[in-house]
Design a protein around this ligand. Structure first.
Ligand SMILES: Cc1cc2nc3c(=O)[nH]c(=O)nc-3n(C[C@H](O)[C@H](O)[C@H](O)COP(=O)(O)OP(=O)(O)OC[C@H]3O[C@@H](n4cnc5c(N)ncnc54)[C@H](O)[C@@H]3O)c2cc1C
Ligand code: SF4
Length: 331
């Protein structure tokens, strides 16, 4: 491992000043992804700025009914938080579907949003990878790509985003709070992660040196029936082949609100806007669900070995929609 400087920050301002947009600096959350990548030589920061002790470790209710989740709230604490379990069960379920108890005890909200792809070629310095080293090619395209993207990929990169939490946040229309040299800003989670296009080295829209300070969960999705479901090769400790987060509000047998986001299919959580539009105002039955999901997934461009993901995602989403449609309405 390359030698690096370690700095612990105790305030947001101190962290941002220590980074100051320097390319060789990285913020350190729980370290469960970054330190692994440093050991592999994929990440080679000159300075690590430890932000895990910043005073951003609470979940608070705001006057408008939103929940503000601090960036250093641990994945376990967020999943177990009574307000999250009560109002946003999809988020709690997504978090618990990820990693292991030990990892979730350490992993932070900010770090989870910025975890890198699990593409094995990205992690292997002996293989070409446009994400790790722009211009070297994509080892996965002609290699082993069963786990890779079926939607929104590019000739440059076919990687998927690995985060379960981000899929739930996308379906909840959550916002990411950022602090950078130009001040504070918020970005919808749906616009935070990028598609690869011709810059697969950029995973997100975060600017150099910007710090994630928190995530805002809007009151609109609170207490609506919601659920997360994940298909994977093992029952635990495995990333999603396909996953889905759904928020569904049905009244008088009509779909009043619906939000669907897929995981494991693309370089970012895939918000299924086309399916949502098709379902809105219509009946919540299997025929409508399948028609809407087929319309969404008709955009898929599977690779040699992963066409199975399209059917898998469709069936997962249909099952979750069906189950939520049968759930009692929120009081
Ligand atoms: C064996 C294993 C299995 C796993 N399985 C799953 C799974 O099934 N599903 C899943 O979703 N995840 C899974 N994970 C990934 C795990 O969820 C992530 O490693 C974790 O969420 C990253 O959080 P962290 O705080 O440790 O981030 P770190 O490793 O500290 O950081 C990750 C990235 O975020 C940046 N960063 C951290 N905090 C901030 C901040 N506040 N502002 C700006 N940048 C920041 C870092 O610079 C780094 O680039 C697994 C991990 C392992 C090791
Ligand atoms: S899919 Fe993306 S991350 Fe994987 S080898 Fe290709 S360029 Fe690299």
């Amino acid at each position: 491992m390359k030698p690096f400087r370690y700095v612990r920050a105790y305030s947001v301002e101190e962290a941002a000043a220590a980074h100051a947009g320097r390319l060789g600096s990285r913020y350190l959350g729980g370290g469960t992804n970054l330190v692994d990548l440093m050991k592999l030589g994929v990440e080679r920061p000159g300075t690590l700025i430890d932000v895990s002790r910043l005073p951003l470790d609470t979940v608070e209710e705001l006057p408008d009914g939103s929940l503000r989740v601090g960036a250093t709230v641990r994945n376990s604490d967020l999943a177990a938080h009574p307000l999250v379990r009560d109002r946003y069960p999809v988020l709690s379920q997504a978090l618990l579907a990820g990693a292991s108890g030990q990892l979730r005890n350490v992993a932070t909200t900010g770090g989870n949003l910025l975890q890198r792809t699990r593409c094995p070629y990205f992690q292997d310095l002996s293989k070409p990878c446009n994400k790790r080293e722009p211009g070297t090619g994509c080892g996965a395209r002609d290699g082993v790509h069963r786990d890779h993207a079926v939607l929104g990929h590019s000739p440059q990169c076919i990687a998927t985003n690995p985060s379960d939490m981000a899929v739930a946040l996308s379906a909840l229309d959550a916002q990411v709070e950022l602090h950078g040299v130009r001040g504070r800003r918020t970005l919808p989670v749906t616009e935070f992660h990028r598609l690869p296009a011709d810059r697969p080295d950029l995973d997100t829209e975060i600017a150099p040196g910007e710090l994630i300070t928190g995530v805002l969960l809007p009151p609109t999705a609170a207490r609506l029936p919601s659920a997360y479901r994940k298909a994977r090769d093992r029952a635990s400790y495995a990333f999603a082949l396909a996953s889905v987060a759904v928020v569904l509000d049905v009244e008088d047998s009509v779909v009043r609100q619906v939000r669907i986001a897929f995981g494991g299919l693309a370089h970012r959580p895939w918000r299924a806007r086309r399916a949502e539009r098709a379902l809105l105002g219509g009946p919540p039955n299997d025929e409508a669900f399948l028609r809407a999901l087929d319309a969404e997934l008709s955009a898929a461009e599977p690779l040699r070995d992963n066409a199975f993901k399209v059917r898998l995602a469709r069936d997962l989403a249909r099952d979750v929609l069906r189950r939520l449609a049968e759930a009692p309405s929120p009081s």
